[in-house]
Design a protein. Structure first.
Length: 229
């Protein structure tokens, strides 16, 4: 109920009027059935704009920090994230990664849409970085298609560190579903997982024409933090 109120009565109408999102390829979202939405990640607002512009409800896997804040701000953020279909995950690795995988598989098992950012974190500089293979494993285990999505201009509207968005126009490019059924039963093969992941990243790069670097975005962020300190 909260999801529909926010989407159609509160956030949706306001966001559409102010930011005038444009969409290419809306027909590539299936009318029913499970699928993974694999998107580039330029801004925290990516998880807001995309669900607003498609008819079906969907869930994004979001870092648990958004759900653990204290005070009025923490409560409001937690309410907003839950109300917009976000699912908290622990990104510390190990058993936490396995739990995140299982959470995603539950969403797909219900026949729903699941949004994942294969880079694992927001791009620090607008470039597209190497994808994490958890997405590929999930797609192969659930036997669902992967729909590549490119967000455009969200980093200008709400760049990292900005709490209040700027007025600007954002865009969404939705690519044709990618079918990986040829790898069925090979979800434990790390070479297959890397191949599938790279194929998804190539699709994103071609669609959005972002500059690509074959290194993890988290590595770039850690290097920048180390240099700054």
């Amino acid at each position: 109920m909260v999801y529909w109120i926010l989407k159609y009565l509160v956030i949706g109408p306001v966001a559409k009027a102010i930011f005038r999102p444009w969409v290419v390829g809306r027909r590539n979202i299936p009318a029913s059935g499970a699928a993974i939405i694999a998107s580039n990640h330029l801004s925290v607002s990516d998880s807001i704009f995309f669900p607003l512009m498609i008819d079906r409800p969907m869930s994004f896997l979001a870092k648990s920090d958004y759900f653990t804040g204290r005070g009025l701000k923490g409560w409001a953020t937690r309410l907003f994230m839950k109300g917009t279909g976000q699912i908290a995950i622990d990104r510390t690795g190990g058993k936490a990664s396995e739990a995140s995988l299982n959470t995603g598989l539950q969403v797909l098992g219900r026949g729903d849409l699941l949004g994942i950012y294969p880079e694992g974190t927001r791009s620090p500089d607008g470039k597209l970085y190497r994808g994490r293979t958890g997405l590929a494993r999930m797609a192969l285990e659930a036997r669902v298609p992967v729909i590549p999505v490119v967000m455009v201009g969200t980093d200008e509207v709400m760049p990292i560190g900005r709490a209040i968005p700027r007025v600007g126009r954002v865009g969404i490019i939705i690519g044709e579903p990618l079918d990986f059924s040829r790898f069925q039963g090979m979800e434990s093969d790390r070479f297959v997982l890397r191949s599938v992941t790279d194929e998804i990243m190539v699709a994103l790069q071609r669609m959005g024409e972002q500059e690509y670097e074959d290194v993890y975005a988290s590595t770039v962020k850690n290097r920048a933090a180390a240099t700054a300190s």
